[in-house]
Design a protein around this ligand. Structure first.
Ligand code: SF4
Ligand code: SF4
Length: 368
């Protein structure tokens, strides 16, 4: 189970396409945090071999104080007790507010890396205040290293990045502090729906172009960089290990993911919380069993049957895609019962880059 917990909707960033932007910021309360950790414990008690991967998300989670994270640490003990080793905790952050003191407070809480977002284009991604994103980010990366906190990068692919695919790739591949990157396509949510961002939004074909040009770089680099989704498609196609793919390609996030807002509202993941659609209820009303039985979860679960018998019926790449992310489908088509917005570009990538290396694995292959 993966729980994406929105610690706050406030942020010190000024990313022009922010999908999580809210007019009135909200912070997680101790009461909601206690209940979320209680749900994690309930899940672990019911599934003796399972794990919960908790991702502290936002907004910008490092806006919350050291004192809050010290309290969060105590709540983890209080709610999980002996189950705590089965709770993995990661964070998604722009990192710029990481100080040595905050890193010390986070040390006992985090068991997994901080995924940090970064961009080469300051006009796209920046932070408030007098210091530049670069200055604050490099200093924070140093703090993370000193505190033995691992980091990975999440990169949002916009139109400039598609144009400069090779430059973006080379920047990350040669960066001494970065060992893993996840490239995600920019989509129109939150501030990303504004007219000013229209020039950055990419089409399915442009996402395909990025994947194809990125794959050429990946080939030149001997398939070595830990750059997703390239490394995931390599594992699926060459090693026949599709289980390593992300939620967007596995087709089962209705079973594996939850997103929780600072006020305790439950969604299928952080993206649905940004969209504010398909709310399950709140952490104060629902237990794990009710969440699993929720009509929202059932509706999302039916999507696989609808797509595999309908629009994706003849797709040879089903095992690598499963129709893609339901939120992408919803933002594009107003329904989850449609293929992802990225279908055409992803198909072009599959055919041009993966097909020459072998036929796709069969529809039923579920190396999970
Ligand atoms: S809705 Fe999309 S982003 Fe959210 S868990 Fe499902 S596949 Fe992942
Ligand atoms: S590539 Fe397109 S047709 Fe094939 S499974 Fe994905 S969404 Fe469906």
């Amino acid at each position: 189970m993966v729980i994406i917990l929105k610690m706050t909707t406030a942020c010190n960033g000024t990313c022009v396409y922010c999908s999580a932007y809210k007019e009135k910021p909200q912070h997680l309360s101790v009461e909601v945090a206690r209940r979320v950790l209680g749900l994690a414990a309930e899940y672990l008690r019911a599934d003796r071999r399972g794990h919960v991967n908790l991702i502290l998300h936002g907004g910008e989670p490092l806006i919350l104080s050291r004192r809050f994270y010290a309290t969060f640490d105590k709540l983890m003990d209080e709610q999980l007790g002996a189950l705590r080793p089965r709770l993995n905790v990661a964070m998604q952050s722009n990192l710029t507010l990481l100080t040595p003191a905050k890193a010390a407070a986070l040390g006992p809480v985090l068991t997994r890396p901080i995924g940090t977002s970064y961009d080469l284009y300051p006009e796209v991604r920046s932070i408030r205040g007098n210091r530049s994103l670069d200055e604050r980010w490099y200093r924070a990366m140093h703090v993370a290293r000193e505190a033995n906190i691992d980091t990975g990068v999440v990169y949002v692919v916009h139109r400039k990045a598609v144009r400069d695919t090779e430059k973006v790739w080379t920047f990350f591949r040669n960066h001494p502090d970065i060992s893993s990157v996840r490239f995600n396509p920019l989509y129109a949510e939150g501030r990303g729906k504004c007219d000013e961002v229209a020039d950055l939004i990419i089409t399915a074909e442009q996402w395909g172009e990025f994947l194809i040009r990125g794959w050429r770089m990946y080939e030149l680099d001997g398939f070595r960089p830990s750059f997703a989704p390239f490394s995931e498609f390599f594992a699926a196609h060459i090693r026949r290990e599709p289980r390593r793919m992300s939620c967007a390609h596995k087709g089962r996030c209705h079973d594996t993911h939850l997103g929780i807002d600072p006020d305790g509202s439950i969604y299928n993941c952080g993206r649905w919380s940004d969209t504010q659609e398909l709310c399950y209820g709140t952490v104060f009303d629902l237990g794990i069993e009710e969440i699993e039985q929720s009509p929202v979860r059932r509706k999302l679960g039916e999507r696989q049957k609808v797509l595999s018998e309908g629009p994706c019926k003849d797709c040879q790449w089903w095992a690598y895609c499963h129709g893609g992310c339901p939120n992408d489908a919803y933002l594009e088509h107003g329904t989850v019962d449609a293929p992802t917005r990225w279908c055409a570009g992803t198909l072009a990538f599959f055919e041009q880059c993966l097909r020459p290396l072998g036929d796709p694995i069969g529809r039923g292959s579920r190396d999970r």
